[in-house]
Write a protein that binds this ligand. Structure first.
Ligand code: DX5
Ligand code: ZN
Length: 229
């Protein structure tokens, strides 16, 4: 994984056909997805359950590019090796998911993955101020985690603060929740480079009719890059 600040669209397979993850991952990559965002929920840290490391390992051969695993689980540390072995390129843990996030980020890097730290909407940017040298990505949640298809919560001030705090460090800013053609522009302008989008990418398409995935991805990218199509 090389670092750059170009806009990357990361469809969340939470909005895909759960009975067809492999084909869905292949379809979104063929339609222009940069990363594949994989939402892991435990029914404890968030009020919903999705899937775990076995599913991640099963879909890994169907992803050519970056597998971006977002852990909405508590605790995190006992499962890091399992997600790294499943082939995650990026493993993101929530700062709210335990008292030792610094140790967690070190453990993720130690397991050979890029380390991400996520912030719920109610958590300030300052929570990651002393983590920026042990993190490769900061994920700013623009919904309260747990479900796809929720309404976007404006976190522009937090994104701008983080962008300034990060400075020249090779740390991505990822936005997760409610990203669509209407909200992509403001988060990109504030300094984000990875845009997660679930419902706004998968809307209108399917494995047998994947062209809408491509249209949706291109529209979100164009909005983020400031070129409305
Ligand atoms: C929320 C998840 C998100 C979400 C994105 O808990 O982390 O990745 O599913 O879905 P949309 O784009 O539909 O808000
Ligand atoms: Zn997510």
């Amino acid at each position: 994984m090389t670092f750059d600040r170009s806009i990357k669209i990361a469809p969340s397979i939470l909005a895909a056909d759960f009975a067809n993850f492999g084909a869905e991952c292949e379809a979104i990559e063929a339609q222009g997805a940069d990363w594949v965002h994989v939402d892991v929920m435990d029914g404890h840290f968030v009020p919903n359950i999705s899937f775990g490391p076995t599913t991640c390992a099963a879909i890994r051969p169907h992803i050519k590019g970056v597998m971006d695993v977002h852990l909405m689980i508590e605790p995190v540390d006992p499962y890091i090796d399992a997600f790294a072995k499943a082939g995650a390129d990026v493993i993101t843990a929530h700062v709210e998911a335990g008292p030792h996030i610094h140790r967690t980020l070190q453990a993720i890097r130690g397991a050979g993955a890029k380390a991400g730290v996520a912030l719920n909407p109610g958590t300030p940017a300052s929570a990651v101020e002393h983590l920026l040298d042990v993190a490769d990505l900061v994920c700013v949640m623009t919904v309260n985690p747990g479900f796809g298809g929720q309404k976007f919560i404006d976190m522009s001030d937090k994104i701008r603060t983080l962008r300034a705090m990060i400075g020249d460090r090779p740390v991505h800013i990822e936005i997760d929740g409610g990203v669509d053609v209407n909200t992509a522009s403001s988060v990109a302008q504030a300094g984000a480079d990875v845009l997660v989008a679930g419902s706004a990418v998968f809307r209108g398409g399917s494995v047998s009719n994947p062209a809408p995935y491509g249209e949706n991805i291109r529209a979100i990218r164009a909005a983020a890059e400031g070129v409305y199509v």
